[in-house]
Design a protein. Structure first.
Ligand code: SF4
Length: 333
């Protein structure tokens, strides 16, 4: 098949991957870890973090034995923190049952493993037959068949058509070949059709405007939220707290502050940062306080070692803004 031939000589070298045609044993742990990290996060961001994770926890048993706070700290900056909590829950479960199951159905029972991830692990780690469909695969299939409706409206059709691509070939190799094609050639914008091994079979290419497929649904405006973070500093230390386990940034280290509110931020002289989450945009103002509220649990963290605090990007941004402001106009106690 043209796509697999192309993959055999053009596969991306990724640290969690075996080269095309690899016939030896495969450890499902790094494959699972990479698949979870790659959900919503780019290969470029994931690669160094994946390597650090594996160095720190070379086995799923080691990861299962790690304190959740340590894992959350290591995950800081990768976003979508429910993934990190599920990662830990899954590692604990896998260690308990003595290893990853090999079937899609059994994998799907584990925390944080949905349809796509179960299919990917079953196919890539265990050589099972599975139809692995991520957003790259959806786009390639939609273009091959010039499907002119938004993906969300045609998922069953895409599944059937993707199944035809997977029929009679090694699923793991095909999954990775399709992912590579979608990431490097059949990109969302400006697909490189002249370099595409399956251009002869592609109806979108034949149409003369491949990028028009699949059509994108109109983007809804992102809702606004606003909030306040307290900057409480004493003797070179910053007071941090841990967010509630459930909800946004659950379980992560944070600057303390009241719950965020819906709506546009009211005018204020306080410094502010903006952070865009998937479902809303947040304006976070930073207010200096001299001490934490009496009943607030937290800890003092040295300001000159803030990178070790495990702060997610939102609070790193807030801290960086405060520290940058201080350089311009030093604070006075
Ligand atoms: S020919 Fe172009 S649009 Fe069609 S699959 Fe290849 S890269 Fe995508």
């Amino acid at each position: 098949m043209k796509l697999l031939d192309h993959y055999s000589t053009n596969a991306r070298a990724l640290p969690w991957r075996h080269p095309p045609g690899h016939d030896g044993p495969r450890d499902p742990y790094p494959i699972w870890l990479s698949e979870i990290m790659l959900q919503q996060t780019t290969v470029a961001t994931v690669t160094p973090r994946f390597e650090r994770f594996l160095q720190k926890w070379p086995s799923v048993e080691g990861l299962a034995a790690a304190p959740l706070e340590e894992l959350l700290g290591e995950w800081a900056g990768l976003g979508y923190y429910a993934r990190a909590r599920n990662l830990h829950g899954c590692a604990v479960k896998v260690a308990e049952i003595g290893g990853f199951p090999s079937s899609e159905a059994a994998l799907r029972q584990l925390p944080g493993i949905g349809d796509y991830t179960a299919a990917a692990i079953a196919a890539i780690a265990f050589g099972e037959d599975a139809v692995v469909i991520d957003t790259n695969v959806e786009r390639v299939v939609a273009r091959l068949h010039a499907i002119d409706r938004p993906i969300k409206d045609v998922r069953p059709q895409i599944r059937t058509l993707a199944g035809e691509l997977y029929a009679g070939v090694p699923s793991g190799e095909m999954a990775q070949a399709l992912m590579d094609l979608g990431a490097t050639i059949c990109r969302p914008k400006n697909p490189k059709c002249e370099a595409c091994p399956i251009a002869d079979d592609c109806k979108a290419y034949a149409s003369g405007n491949p990028q028009a497929f699949p059509p994108r649904p109109a983007k809804a405006k992102r809702p606004e939220r606003h909030g306040i973070a307290w900057w409480i500093e004493l003797d070179g230390q910053l007071f941090l707290t841990r967010r509630a386990d459930k909800g946004m940034l659950g379980g992560m280290a944070a600057l303390p502050g009241p719950d965020w509110q819906d709506g546009e931020a009211p005018p204020s002289p306080l410094p502010a940062i903006r952070h865009v989450f998937t479902h809303f945009a947040l304006t976070l103002r930073i207010e200096q306080r001299s001490q934490p509220p009496a009943n607030l649990e937290g800890w003092w963290h040295p300001l000159d070692r803030l990178e070790e605090a495990g702060l997610p990007t939102l609070y790193r941004k807030a801290a960086d803004a405060m520290l940058a402001q201080r350089k311009e106009a030093p604070l006075h106690a």
